[in-house]
Design a protein around this ligand. Structure first.
Ligand SMILES: O=C1C[C@@H](O)[C@H](O)[C@@H](O)C1=O
Ligand SMILES: [Co+2]
Length: 302
């Protein structure tokens, strides 16, 4: 039976992309939120262009939408905990005001995600000392998140020091399970390790937020062969919505149901909105979810 504890969202990233603010600038907040309603999702994540909390809350209320969370680029290794914690407090305060459930954290020290470097071969690695600083710092940020009734969910990401399943393993082993949870992003782990199920099976109990990101195999192969950067790769169509790529989300969804996953599953597919109409792709995702995931479960209630 479908788990009624799951909320389905879609991220603004198909309309406007924080990694590349110049694309999709014509898509304003009202357009985005109304498209999300048309496509039948219950909410979204906060994008970099979103307004102050009371303005956002009004637009959400008008459409009966919710906020799942928002990305936070931490620089614990580069800037130290004190500076990072100060910014994180402000981040959490805003998230509390918009009634979010999670704060998505990704350590961006040495990240090449916003650079021209080859994302397939030039990812950074942390030293033992940097790992210790990062894990201790994340425990502290997790405690801060708790003060705002939020869960810190760590986002493993291509082109960063926590990208592979082995790196996620190290992070999980050395952080406090009570304060630091995991965001499972299907697309990032598939591209990194050519495997999206091991990470899910291994850490299912720590996973408190999910990104459903699909991958176009041919585009991936070409981007890898040409040594493209992260941003060039998504502009070249490496990512897409569930149902349009090569990942089998039925297995993923079943595992989440089997473990009584409670929380958000957010469709997140960055593409160039000038090429991939965001509403059209949101509708493709919703159709796939309804027909291949939810309706394939016995006793389904949508
Ligand atoms: O969750 C995410 C947020 C984006 O800013 C990021 O680059 C994207 O790939 C992602 O998975
Ligand atoms: Co993601």
């Amino acid at each position: 039976m479908q788990d009624q504890q799951i909320l389905w969202g879609i991220a603004p990233i198909g309309w406007r992309n924080d990694d590349m603010p110049e694309i999709g600038a014509e898509n304003n907040l009202r357009q985005l939120l109304s498209d999300i309603v048309v496509a039948g999702f219950q909410g979204t994540e906060v994008g970099g262009f979103f307004p102050e909390a009371d303005v956002l809350n009004k637009e959400l209320h008008l459409r009966n939408l919710k906020i799942a969370g928002q990305w936070f680029s931490s620089f614990i290794i580069r800037d130290g905990l004190a500076v990072t914690a100060e910014a994180f407090h402000r981040h959490c305060q805003y998230l509390k005001e918009v009634k979010a459930s999670v704060a998505v954290v990704s350590e961006q020290t040495y990240s090449i995600q916003g650079t021209d470097k080859n994302v397939f071969s030039e990812k950074p690695s942390f030293t033992d000392e940097e790992w210790e600083t990062l894990c201790l710092g994340l425990n502290e940020l997790g405690k801060i998140a708790g003060q705002y009734d939020l869960k810190l969910v760590y986002h493993h990401h291509m082109g960063t020091g926590v990208q592979t399943a082995a790196e996620v393993e190290r992070l999980m082993e050395n952080t406090d399970a009570y304060h630091v949870h995991l965001l499972y992003d299907t697309g990032h782990i598939f591209i990194s390790d050519n495997d999206f199920t091991s990470l899910l099976d291994r850490h299912i109990d720590r996973i408190k937020h999910v990104h459903f990101k699909d991958v176009r195999k041919e585009a991936l192969a070409q981007c890898r062969q040409e040594g493209k950067s992260f941003m060039q790769s998504f502009l070249n169509g490496m990512f897409t919505v569930p149902g349009d790529g090569c990942i089998d989300f039925t297995k993923v969804y079943q595992t989440l149901l089997d473990h009584h996953y409670k929380g958000w599953i957010v469709v997140e597919a960055e593409q160039d909105p000038a090429i991939a109409n965001p509403l059209e792709y949101a509708l493709i995702a919703r159709k796939y979810i309804d027909e291949k995931l939810i309706k394939s479960q016995p006793e389904t209630v949508k």
